[in-house]
Design a protein around this ligand. Structure first.
Ligand SMILES: Nc1ncnc2c1ncn2[C@@H]1O[C@H](COP(=O)(O)OP(=O)(O)OP(=O)(O)O)[C@@H](O)[C@H]1O
Ligand SMILES: [Mg+2]
Length: 257
């Protein structure tokens, strides 16, 4: 279970550009939940993921994982049981290394070792097996430089790299946004399969309202650092894109847009 309690986040404290994004923000994500987060630009979605992953400091509040308070825990240490995929396929992979080298780096994220050693055959076979599960033929491209793969292929590889070792939490920040609609659908299908197979607790930020409705077990909408809609179970199943759009419109009318 992931718990955020009474979070306060101020950007640029003490400066003229000071901005309080969260004040008293709380969120509980039970084990096995697949939470989709929607919300307008600047509503705080990426900041929330950054707080969960320890990428940015907070002024107050706590982040707890399975009962352990990890508020002060360093980002790289959290990644032992967190996998994260970003909007930009370039963020999750290194373009100048081969797919094999990228997989090996991801595989060794919890160990102190460099790139020096050759990847043993058993591990290479494991990487191939993992890549084969996504059905894009990437298992035959282990020796290809990742920079020469397409964005969709790269994002699929990033997803496999983030989830190939046991993790508890998968964090997705608009991970299909840079892809064409067909490839985005493929990546979303692969994501859903992977989440179910591995029983991952998942937090997915998306601007794709269809994905937010069709996938996942809970849906929240954020606005100005607050949760303005929260639907789970049957209530979520009965929510369609029109309902979410109506909520978006209501919010922007309130803002005078
Ligand atoms: N590093 C930063 N320094 C100062 N302000 C920031 C920083 N990062 C984000 N903000 C501000 O915090 C607010 C929330 O930003 P955030 O990136 O979390 O929004 P978002 O919901 O992910 O938006 P988008 O849908 O555009 O990705 C915005 O007003 C943004 O300008
Ligand atoms: Mg964002």
């Amino acid at each position: 279970m992931l718990e955020l309690k009474d979070i306060k986040k101020i950007y640029n404290p003490g400066l003229i550009t000071e901005m309080c994004l969260f004040d008293g923000f709380s969120l509980t994500v039970p084990d096995g939940e697949f939470l989709s987060i929607v919300g307008s630009n600047g509503s705080g979605k990426t900041s929330l993921l950054n707080i969960i992953c320890g990428s940015i400091p907070i002024q107050r509040g706590s982040v707890t994982v399975n009962g352990e308070n990890i508020t002060g825990k360093k980002e790289y240490k959290r990644y032992r049981n967190f996998g994260r995929v970003y909007q930009d396929p370039a963020m999750g992979t290194c373009k100048d290394l081969t797919l094999l080298e990228n997989m090996s780096l991801a595989d060794n994220k919890n160990r102190h070792c460099g790139l020096g050693g050759a990847v043993n055959k058993k591990r290479a076979d494991f990487y191939k097996e993992q890549l084969a599960t996504i059905g894009l033929g990437l298992e035959d491209k282990l020796h290809v430089r990742v920079g020469s793969l397409s964005g969709g292929q790269r994002q699929a590889a990033a997803l496999i790299m983030a989830t190939m070792n046991p993790i508890d939490f998968l964090i997705l920040d608009e991970h299909t946004a840079a892809l064409d609609p067909k490839t985005a659908d493929i990546i979303m299908e692969i994501t859903d399969r992977r989440v179910k197979e591995m029983g991952l607790t998942t937090v997915m930020v998306t601007h794709n309202l269809r994905y937010a409705c069709e996938y996942g077990t809970r849906l929240i909408m954020m606005d100005k650092g607050q949760i303005v809609m929260d639907k789970a179970g049957a209530e979520k199943q009965n929510t369609d894109t029109k309902d979410i759009l109506a909520m978006f419109n209501a919010i922007s009318i309130e803002c005078g847009n």
